[in-house]
Design a protein around this ligand. Sequence first.
Ligand SMILES: NC(=O)c1ccc[n+]([C@@H]2O[C@H](COP(=O)([O-])OP(=O)(O)OC[C@H]3O[C@@H](n4cnc5c(N)ncnc54)[C@H](O)[C@@H]3O)[C@@H](O)[C@H]2O)c1
Length: 390
Amino acid sequence: MKEVRVAVLGASGWMGKVHTMAYSTFPHFLGTAHGTARVVALVEHNPDLLKDTEVRAPDARIETNWQSVIADPDIDLIDICLPDNLHYEVAKAALLAGKHVYCEKPLADTAAQARELADIARAKGLIARVGHAFPRNPVHDLAKDIIQSGEIGDILLFKGCQHIDMYADPAAPFMWRADGKLAPTGIVGDTGSHVFSFMDFLVGRVSSLIADNIISTRMRPVVAGSQLGRGGELTGAEEMAEVTNPDATNILVKFANGASGIVDFSRIAMGRKFRQTYEIYGTKGSLAYDYDEVNRLRFYSNADRSGRQGFREIDVGTENATYRAFLPLPNFALGYNESKIIEAFEVIRSITSNSPAWPTFESGHHICQIVDACMQSSRTRSWVDIPAAA
Ligand SMILES: NC(=O)c1ccc[n+]([C@@H]2O[C@H](COP(=O)([O-])OP(=O)(O)OC[C@H]3O[C@@H](n4cnc5c(N)ncnc54)[C@H](O)[C@@H]3O)[C@@H](O)[C@H]2O)c1
């Protein structure tokens, strides 16, 4: 049994904690036959956030700068849970040092950066994986299986959305996610990349699009320590900071296989705490998914006889090996953290078996191409073509 030695960067943030948990948890459900992971370093530059690290990763040393773990010959995998603007620089340094990389989405700030990372990973034969998480819920393997088996025919139309309301309130405090220097593409890279990951996984390459980016509130109060749009009471004396990346985007899409798409996402949909849906319409049937019923796929087949047609609800359950590994009964539901546990397991399995698994940096690059095209299209107010990868 091979043990992969991991450094988690951005270790005390949301993703840093989830990833650290996922490495120690996956063997409980998915076994050790494909290897195990030991978190040997936690990198976190905010000392206030370094409490309880011995509980999270008992064998880990604590570092405050990421360069030191990249230089460590005993570390196999660099796990990047840092703010978006650091992904490219850190991933590039890690790959050049011969480390496998598991990087949170979006892979990079630009498609050119993502291309460079994918090329280095390929040239060096390293495992390079993006943390898109949501499509790793087995319910989406069911959707892919139905599509690949031809049960909905040729895909004609994809509709997808993802909405939250962290910035619907104009008084919600400023944070790094709204800063164009730290998160250059705003909601497009942050949330859009999740919808784009479903498009990449289920439909295929995007060939062109037209997008409209929106900033709803230009100036927001700065409140120390606030996260994800929440903060303490405002005094009215706060400094204001400018939001310099998009809050929301509406897009029309053309796929290389001839399908069309309508996609929208935002952080300003008041009351939508987390909404994520897709609908896929084909020549023989349709699929519909809504995160509110996290393990449920709706499938319509035009082959059903007249008078019996309608969307049937299929809950992914114990017939699926990944679901069964977690739960012995149907309809108990796998949630977000399980999708991350599955992802961490797959990263380790890819490393120990030298077999990349979706989404590699190639998919990460295509998703960054879509993000780039949204930014360009909204700026130029025109359709943008996306070239096929070299
Ligand atoms: N896949 C998903 O579903 C998902 C969900 C949330 C976030 N993300 C992505 O994960 C990344 C992190 O997001 P988050 O929500 O965990 O953010 P966060 O703000 O909760 O955590 C980031 C952590 O990085 C630390 N940090 C920042 N700069 C650092 C540096 N130079 N060196 C060391 N530590 C540093 C911060 O102190 C913080 O603890 C982002 O790229 C985000 O887009 C992905």
